[in-house]
Design a protein. Structure first.
Length: 340
């Protein structure tokens, strides 16, 4: 039975972009230079690429050392952000042959399984196993050992991909391009005149995705919706210092929606993993873990229903394309006031 893949995200308790020790969100966008001319589309994209490629170079030795799990997460996130920049600003850039969003996406996929297994391990260790009795925890040791073996194999394959000549050539081409960037005519245009075009193709169509109308938490279209939400969020983050203040509201809301859908997907992956090895696990351990998965799924599904209900309100859908502040969720007092 093929199980769905986990998305690359931080394990429970790991730093987020806003946490100390993590790369700050503001670092994604070049800071405005007071008194200097407004940047062009191409110069803005070049600054983003320069920052991400620099972080990848710093993170790679830590990833290969594998002493901690967070560098791998940050490496994967930065690859995805690089893919976003190359895709989003592609119409403004003249990149070297063989450099593009698809090549970066392929490299990011090489990091996927090892990172996914890290997330599974952390969830089992910190969230699920502590809620089981000692006998069931002991019985689930074979499952954890199987995860550890899979992670070792996945890491080896990933490490080989990161240091192979093809990857080195790809990053070297990007590094060289930063020193002598080439732009299309659109790249010479002022960024301030094109902000709507850089985010509206994604944000304007977000609420048309069928995943918003999923009726139960195991539907595949929820996972597809999470990817779409992440794409919109990234497209806003690379412009955040240039957009209206309401963009911060939307980035926060989209990050929350992405996280809740991610929790639902993690639980589905763990459930599939449990059934893969059910012959080797005692019935009591399987039943205990399944019950805990169902309990957590019910919590996350309720969170999603509430959050999606808010975001699908007409005033919220109308606010996203213009990046107006997110309308507040009406409480009881607000509803009474509106009806009086």
């Amino acid at each position: 039975m093929a199980r769905p893949s986990l998305r690359g995200r931080r394990a429970p308790g790991a730093p987020s972009w806003g946490d100390p020790g993590a790369l700050p969100l503001a670092s994604l966008t070049p800071a405005p230079n007071n008194g200097a001319p407004a940047p062009s589309n191409g110069a803005h994209a070049r600054g983003l690429i320069q920052g991400v490629v620099g972080r990848l170079a710093l993170l790679q030795p830590q990833v290969l050392l594998d002493a901690e799990r967070e560098p791998l997460h940050q490496y994967r996130v930065n690859l995805r952000r690089l893919r976003t920049v190359l895709s989003q600003f592609g119409p403004a850039l003249l990149l070297p042959r063989g450099v593009g969003a698809r090549r970066i996406a392929a490299l990011a996929r090489c990091t996927g399984e090892a990172r996914d297994l890290d997330v599974l391990h952390e969830r089992l260790k910190d969230q699920l196993l502590p809620r089981l009795d000692s006998a069931d925890r002991q019985a689930l040791r074979p499952l954890r050992r199987r995860l550890a073996r899979q992670r070792q194999r996945s890491f080896q394959a990933m490490a080989e991909a990161l240091v192979c000549p093809r990857t080195e050539r790809l990053l070297a081409k990007l590094d060289h391009w930063q020193g002598q960037p080439r732009y299309r005519p659109l790249g010479q245009e002022p960024l301030a005149d094109w902000l709507q075009e850089w985010h509206r193709p994604l944000s304007g169509a977000l609420f048309l995705h069928p995943g918003w109308w999923a009726e139960q938490p195991r539907e595949k279209r929820l996972h597809a919706l999470r990817k779409r939400i992440k794409g919109v969020r990234y497209s806003l983050e690379v412009l955040v210092d240039r957009l209206p203040p309401g963009a911060h509201d939307w980035i926060s809301a989209l990050k929350q929606a992405q996280a809740v859908l991610g929790e639902l997907h993690d639980l589905q992956v763990l459930e599939a993993l449990l059934h893969e090895g059910e012959e080797a696990l005692p019935r009591s351990a399987r039943r205990g873990l399944q019950a805990e998965l169902e309990r957590q799924r019910a919590i996350e599904w309720a969170r999603w229903r509430e959050l999606s209900g808010r975001l699908l309100r007409p005033e919220c859908r109308a606010a996203l394309p213009s990046l107006s502040p997110l309308p507040p969720w009406p409480d009881g007092a607000g509803a009474e006031a509106a009806g009086s």
